[in-house]
Every structure is written in C-alpha cells, then in structure tokens.
Design a protein around this ligand. Sequence first.
Ligand SMILES: *Cc1c(COP(=O)(O)O)cnc(C)c1O
Length: 387
Amino acid sequence: MSAVLGTYNRRNISFLKGKGCYLYATNGEKYLDFVSGIAVNSLGHCHDHLVQTVQKQSEQLWHVSNAFIIPEQEKLAQRLVDNTFADYVVFMNSGAEATEASIKIARKYFHEIGKPEKNRIITFTGAFHGRTLASLFAANNPEHVKGFGPRVDGFDQVSFGDHDALKKAINKNTAAIMVETILGEGGIKVLPNECLVGLRKLCDEHDILLILDEVQCGIGRTGKFFAFEWAGIEPDIVPIAKGIGGGFPLGACLVNQKVSVGMKPGTHGSTFGGNPLAMSVGNAVLDIILKKGFLENVQEVGFYFEEQLKKLQEKYPNVVSDVRGKGLLRGIQIKGDSVKFLDQLFNNKMLGVKASDNIIRLLPPLIVSKQEIDEAIIIIEKTITDF
Ligand SMILES: *Cc1c(COP(=O)(O)O)cnc(C)c1O
C-alpha cells in the first residue's frame, strides 16, 4: 500500500543512483536510460559540473524573493537572450507553468495594444502542454480533460496537419497559434520546416502570435538549441522547461520585444521561479550545452542513432512500422502492443517511454556516445527478434 495518491502507472522498480546514461536499481541491476526523466536529464545523471554547482550554491544561497535582484537569474536570462530569438525571459518551475505564462502573455499583449477581442488561441489535436487547467484544455486530450470540466475557454482546436481547417479557424478573435515544434507525447510528430515557415507567414498575415512549445524538444535535444531553428524562423513566445534544469525543477517563458510590452510589475509571478539555486543549475546546464561543438555532437550522434534505427526498420518491417524524430528525440512505431514491447525492453535492461500512435520514445541524455547508441541498438534488436 502506498500513501501516494494514485495518479501514475508505475513500473515496479526504484533506483539507487545514476551516472551518465545509466541507472542503478535497488535490485542490483544496471539499466541503460533512454528516458532521461522524459528529456529532463539532458546531461545524464549526476554530471560532475551540475553536482559541483549544486554543492557550491547550496552552501551560499538557496532562495530569495523576486522582490530583490537575483544575479544568477539576470545571468541566465541574458545568456538565453544572447543565444536565441528572445529579448526577455520570465522564470517558472515547470513546463505547465511556462505554457500557462505563454497563454497569459499572448492575451495581455493584445489587451495592451487595444485589441482585447484578440484573446483566443488555436491549438492542435494530439498536443500536450501540461496539466494545469488552462494548459490541459489547450491540448484538450479527451483522456486528460475527462471529469475536469467546466472547460477553460479561449482555445480553438484543429486537427493536426489539416491546413484548411487551420486557415478556417483563424478569425478576428485569434490571438495566437500554439504548437509543439515536435509533438512529444503526441507521438514524435515533427513539424516539417516548410510547415513552420508557413505557420510564421500565416501568423504575420493575420496579425497573430506564434507560440512554439519547446518544453520537450528544446535545449539542444534536436542538435540545435531550439528545434524551430532548423526552419530558420523566429516565434514570438517559447515556453521551455525539462532539459534546461538537467533534473532540477525549472521552467521559463522566452518572449520577443514586441509581446513583452504588456507584462509590467504585478502582471505575473512565482514564489520559487528563478531562485538562486535553480538559476545556478540552469547556468551550469548552459555552460555545457553552449560549449563549442556540443550541439554539433548531438547532431552527429542523433544522425547515427537515426541510421541505426532505420536499419532495424528495414530489417524488421513486421515489427517496426516507422522511425521518427530529430537529433536525440526519437520514436519507433511498433506493430503490436507497444506497452508489451516496453516491458520486454525493460527486461533487457533498457528504459524507454511510450507516446501516442504506438510509439516507443527514446530520449537518451545529450551526452550519449555512439558506443552507448550501439549498446541500445543491440538491446532493441534483441527485443524485436523476441517480440
Ligand atoms: C512535459 C511537457 C509539458 C509540461 O511540463 P511539466 O513540467 O510536466 O509541467 C508541456 N509541454 C510539453 C511539450 C511537454 O513535453
């Protein structure tokens, strides 16, 4: 019996420690971790630089209120601005809070410029934006919203990939289009570059904002700092979380100059958001990810991973029906029961996580080596042949 409220399906295992791409379980077994806390452990487990940073900062200062200037927060914001489309950053503690902030900032912008009627946001089927009420009803996943009505208004949803429906859904009340650059929970669906370019154009034509949710696909996961960079476009608002904290709860919302105008003192806030301990960890993650050559290596290893997975697809078309993704955000579509496949993968000492569309999601730490990819491929192949 557990005193923890039963909101999760859990595998019957716990871990004692982690190092790099490996987790060591209390049962004595070692597991190759291709979940990374769902894209959270971007630098793997217990990365030396993160361990040292937490040790040092925890002896110096943990938390002060946002009523005071926080130098670590100024530093992280400036580095995010220097390396991305953004002009300003506001810090939260999770992805849901970051997407929620995005929604607020989009609405507030149009209110500020005298167009308060522009307050609705277009979203897509299969999306995931978090579990707060607004982010929940933004994604409108029938399983997730069931029983949590009345629904939060202000979202107009269209079928993912239906360009005509999208164009028809735009009206005088539309403030923004919000979409994940790569749908994570929705089945590793990559928005093609030409679609991202098209979305940007559509937004410009209709005076609406583009919100790209990079909570899962951002922070180097695809081999660029943000996944949308592959398309050469700039969104207006980008919520981030997961990988930026490397395992420490940290979220943020990045915005451009244009949409920042409505957000004045008192319009948004978070007690914990941007505290010195979290900010030190965020800065330490950037120390590594922004190092010369780091993202190029993610691209190279990610491409190698893709090649190996595609070979498996060619070899075993009766089990693997599709290989999707970019960089180190990968999905293999299984013909058959994907949960059973994950169970067998686990029995073979490797961790993956499911996504919609019968997808096995594979998100190794960004520090994964080709050797560790080879090890994963051997385990996946064994799992396929036994399946
Ligand atoms: C995980 C996720 C969220 C929610 O993040 P939490 O930290 O769980 O609140 C939002 N958007 C996307 C795309 C995600 O993958």
